[in-house]
Write a protein that binds this ligand. Structure first.
Ligand SMILES: [Zn+2]
Length: 243
């Protein structure tokens, strides 16, 4: 293990300890408040995070040089992120938990649109939520690598995107100099979403080294933990007011 790897491992050990402390603090200070809502009505439960694993079913998404399908990686990372969010006290809702589209339409073109609309319907049923869509990227130039976050128009979404981008660069991709980008109309989900929304392109399947990393369970966990850390900076416990 080289120095950089040691530094990264130490960083994760510290992060894991901090996370455990945060969970304990939340348990002691917030659980009684949530069980007796009449005691303090201006603090809501933790915000809902809607996790959207991109693609699914016959829509495989991007394909790596070794045949890796984006839809599978998206679902793996989304599942881990959801679990981490739940143990941290958030309510995490997944738009899909299986390898399937969210429609039974047989026409491919129509099905993709219906599938995206269904994801929007799920997200919009949680008006105070943050939508986090998980994807992986592909580009003709093989050298391209590194996570990049897109966001919808709201300031909260931009803050969440910046926080996730910075967290990943700080914890697992110190060489990543990418900046977050505001989504245009080509990203249907973010363009139409009513709630603050981000889309995380976790890495490039067209880069064989990064594609191999994205398939590793340990790397997926580091990635999910880094995304969680970014979300927690913008949506800390008790940050959303109601009424
Ligand atoms: Zn995708």
């Amino acid at each position: 293990m080289n120095k950089a790897a040691l530094k990264t491992s130490a960083g994760f050990a510290i992060l894991a300890i901090l996370l455990a402390i945060v969970i304990l603090i939340m348990h002691f200070f917030f659980s009684p408040r949530l069980s007796t809502p009449a005691a303090n009505t201006d603090i809501s439960p933790l915000p809902v995070i809607v996790i959207d694993a991109g693609h699914g079913g016959f829509d495989g998404g991007a394909v790596g040089g070794d045949g890796t399908l984006e839809k599978d990686l998206n679902l793996d990372i989304a599942r881990i992120l959801s679990e981490l969010l739940r143990v941290s006290g958030y309510e995490a809702v997944m738009t899909r938990t299986e390898d399937t589209m969210l429609t039974t339409d047989d026409g491919i073109g129509k099905a993709k649109m219906r599938d995206l609309k269904q994801r929007l319907i799920i997200a919009s049923s949680y008006p105070d939520a943050l939508l986090v869509s998980i994807h992986c990227n592909k580009f003709p130039a093989e050298r391209c690598r590194g996570l990049q976050v897109y966001y919808s128009g709201s300031e909260l979404a931009q803050n969440a995107a910046d926080s996730i981008q910075n967290s990943v660069a700080r914890l697992i991709q110190p060489e990543n100099r990418r900046q977050t980008k505001k989504a245009d109309s080509s990203i249907y989900l973010l363009d139409r979403a009513k709630t603050p929304s981000v889309l995380v392109e976790c890495g490039f399947l067209s880069n064989s080294e990064e594609c191999a990393l994205l398939k590793e369970d340990a790397y997926q966990k580091k990635l999910a933990l880094s995304i969680l850390s970014g979300i927690a900076e913008v949506y800390p416990p008790g940050s959303i007011s109601v009424g």
